[in-house]
Design a binder for this molecule. Structure first.
Ligand code: UDX
Length: 436
């Protein structure tokens, strides 16, 4: 099938490359000339495992092209919108500027019978508002939210848990749903749930899924706060409640909390939208979810201070991690980087290392010290803080060898990803989040 993808960021670039890899003829469009140049040369503009291989194959076999010229989308049957919906400046609501601009730019090049498939995460009610602009051109708008996780984006795009399509009532909507079913044939052929619904439900599925995940993380982090004043161990608590299949252990990782380009801004946009709808109280708990999440960053800083006898001022602190999670170079709303920035603000001499995110982190926070090499970063440290659970820090860092490099064997495990027994046996003073 011939398709176009408008917006080639974390979502669009992966979608374009993944669709090309399953045999579709894909044109990706972005306004950023440098991004289009990189993608056209099969260079991924960000770190995402598996993406470089798909880009190389798609560009080489001609299934995948990128352009800044939106008129080149003509002839495609489905046009995906994968532009960003960031948090508004000075507010909590989603900024829909890019979605509106993408639709405006696309409409003149639509042909009757085309399908426009929104993928961006939008406030409920957005599709309904956009639909008439698309149908005026004889095309049909559907909303097909994306659930990909960074770091697993390729796999999640080709083999998702479920597919959701919000369509308008009537034959055009049914035809559009069928076209998407065919497009996603590797998943739909093998029986992946394919849910056809209305616009509002499709939009809400996405934001409510993210709200639920954020709530799960903040729930366990709230338990960590209680564990801290009672001497309980939140990781054992999570294991124990996680055995209940109704609860489940996933997303019960207590630590410095969630960040990234989705969960923080999506729960805020959801709360803002609910307020507009007169139902702010229905999701009022999301404010607590947000507040708990932000408190955990502060707690990590407090632990470092505690570990250094009350003050980090002038002390050498090595921060292991900058990305908001492993397998990503994304530093958007990264709790890891926030902890580093706060420590720096309190006068600590901070050295940050990360396997993939240093370049992005340095651009955003040039005031911090950076070091590519983990072991060099550890040399002379008076405290080590683990804030992104990369294998390099979690699995492949030997506490005995690391102990030889640092000045003081003090570690704050902001992701509860180290084995305290092993680290203590190697002579380290270990501090976890919600652990004794
Ligand atoms: C999320 C959703 O998972 C995905 O379905 C949606 O499409 C986009 O938003 P992503 O932002 O890539 O994906 O990250 P995710 O893996 O969900 O992690 C989010 C944050 O939560 C990370 O900062 C991670 O470190 C943190 N987290 C996750 C925890 O603190 N504890 C956990 O147990 C799990």
């Amino acid at each position: 099938m011939k398709i176009s993808v408008i917006g080639c960021g974390y979502l669009g670039a992966v979608h374009a490359a993944a669709m090309a890899s399953i045999g579709h003829d894909v044109i990706g469009v972005d306004v950023d000339v440098r991004k289009v140049e990189a993608l056209s040369n099969a260079k991924a503009p960000f770190f995402e495992p598996g993406l470089p291989e798909l880009l190389a194959a798609g560009v080489a076999n001609g299934n995948l092209r990128f352009t800044t010229d939106i008129s080149e989308v003509q002839g495609a049957r489905i046009h995906f919108i994968g532009v960003g919906t960031p948090q508004q400046r000075g507010g909590y609501a989603a900024d829909l500027t890019y979605v509106n601009a993408a639709v405006d730019a696309l409409v003149p090049f639509l042909s009757p019978g085309d399908i426009v498939a929104g993928k961006s995460t939008v406030p409920v009610g957005t599709a309904e508002q956009l639909a008439s602009r698309v149908s005026a051109a004889g095309a049909t708008l559907v909303w097909n939210p994306e659930f990909l996780r960074e770091g697993w984006a390729v796999q999640d795009t080709i083999d998702p848990d479920r597919l959701v399509v919000g369509v308008p009532a009537g034959a055009a909507g049914e035809d559009a749903a069928q076209a998407l079913r065919e497009l996603y044939y590797p998943a739909t052929d093998k029986g992946t749930p394919f849910i056809v619904t209305d616009y509002a439900t499709a939009e809400l599925v996405k934001v409510s899924a993210n709200a639920f995940l954020a709530t799960k993380i903040s729930f366990i982090n709230a338990m960590a706060e209680i564990a801290e004043v009672t001497g309980a161990d939140v990781t054992q608590l999570a294991d124990a409640i996680g055995h209940d299949a109704r609860i489940g252990r996933r997303f019960l990782g207590a630590g410095i909390g969630f960040g990234g380009g989705c969960l923080p801004k999506d729960i805020r946009a959801f709360a803002a939208r609910a307020e507009e709808l007169g139902k702010g109280e229905s999701v009022g708990f999301l404010r607590e979810v947000d507040a708990i999440n932000l408190r955990r960053r502060e707690r990590a800083v407090e632990l470092v201070s505690l570990a250094l006898d009350g003050s980090v001022y002038g002390r050498k602190v090595t921060v292991l991690g900058a990305a908001f999670k492993p397998h990503s170079d994304d530093i958007r709303d990264s709790p890891a980087l926030d902890v580093a920035v706060r420590l720096h603000g309190l006068g600590a001499v901070v050295t940050v290392t990360d396997p993939e995110a240093i370049e992005n982190a340095r651009r955003a926070h040039p005031q911090l010290g950076f070091e590519e090499d983990r072991d060099t970063a550890l040399r002379g440290a008076e405290a080590v803080v683990v804030v992104t659970e990369w294998d390099e820090y979690r699995k492949n860092l030997d506490p005995v060898a690391a102990g030889e490099l640092v000045d003081k064997r003090v570690v704050v495990d902001g992701r509860n990803c180290l084995d305290p027994t092993q680290w203590r046996a190697a002579g380290w003073t270990y501090f976890g989040m919600g652990r004794p």
